[in-house]
Ligand binder design. Structure first.
Ligand SMILES: [Zn+2]
Length: 270
């Protein structure tokens, strides 16, 4: 990892003023690559929504050992809900290419929840709506389709939602762990720290943080505008993490940070 830090400029670029001003991606090309790589590695793809020439892809990975017995855990990973956060879909592509999944875990991977947003390089969908506030009393067709897909899935042992934050000073994550299960947060931060600085702030997004970890005491039923994570923790899982890569660093640094975080979270299940 020392080599990686020498090659990439692991420092703030200072170019995000008032919003994300970094690299953009060709989301259709990225999703074609994800789809092709996933099929090459034996994943089952499902298109759960189509609109405006875009397809919403869900990938399902069952380990070979499940021919003999049930997988021991079921893990959900999603990204690309904000169209100005390119590191997430690229991290999904890299994870599929690396193909280092736990031998005994079932994985659901949704590599892009807002493809239209990426073609506009903006947070919201084609109507400017932030999909990550539409998971309660949902109004948008894409979130409704996503929820309909989620309702067909089993419960998840944990979820990972991959994001970026253009304002942050380093990587940070949110943990939801209402049953106080063994936390994966410190392991993720430790692994991410090798490839990307961690945000040292004591307050991040208005919440107390410690070494890049925010453990908010959320009350979903008191909030009308649910992000995806609120839906997941309420209906699908009792543990989950929202990972926030710092957009003001080079794109490969952010991609590597998200990949390192996912791999660290999956390691106990390997
Ligand atoms: Zn985001």
């Amino acid at each position: 990892m020392a080599d990686l830090r020498e090659i990439l400029r692991v420092q703030k670029l200072g170019k995000n003023h008032g919003g994300y001003r970094g690299e953009e991606i060709d989301i259709c090309a990225v999703l074609r690559d994800v789809h092709a790589a996933a099929q090459a590695y034996g994943w089952s793809p499902e298109i759960f929504h189509e609109a405006g020439g875009f397809k919403w892809l869900a990938l399902h990975h069952l380990p070979p050992s499940t021919i003999i017995h049930q997988p021991s855990s079921c893990i959900y990973i999603s990204t690309g809900i904000h169209g100005d956060e390119p590191a997430g879909p690229l991290a999904a592509l890299k994870l599929v290419h690396e193909n280092r999944w736990p031998k005994d875990a079932e994985i659901h991977l949704l590599p892009c929840l807002n493809p239209a947003g990426f073609t506009l390089n903006r947070r919201g969908n084609s109507d400017g709506i932030d999909l990550n506030r539409d998971y309660r009393n949902s109004q948008t067709a894409e979130v409704r389709a996503h929820i309909a897909w989620l309702e067909r899935q089993p419960k998840f042992d944990f979820y990972l939602c991959l994001h970026e934050d253009w304002e942050s000073h380093g990587f940070y994550l949110y943990e939801q762990n209402p049953d106080s299960k063994p936390s994966l947060a410190d392991k993720m931060i430790e692994a991410i720290h090798k490839v990307c600085p961690i945000d040292p702030s004591e307050i991040i997004e208005g919440r107390p943080a410690n070494n890049g970890i925010i453990r908010p005491n959320i009350q979903p039923h008191e909030r009308p505008d649910w992000p995806e994570a609120f839906y997941l923790i309420t209906h699908k899982s009792r543990q989950g993490y929202t990972l926030e890569a710092p957009s003001d660093f080079e794109l490969p640094v952010r991609v590597n940070a998200l990949v390192a975080g996912v791999n660290a979270a999956l390691k106990p299940f390997a």
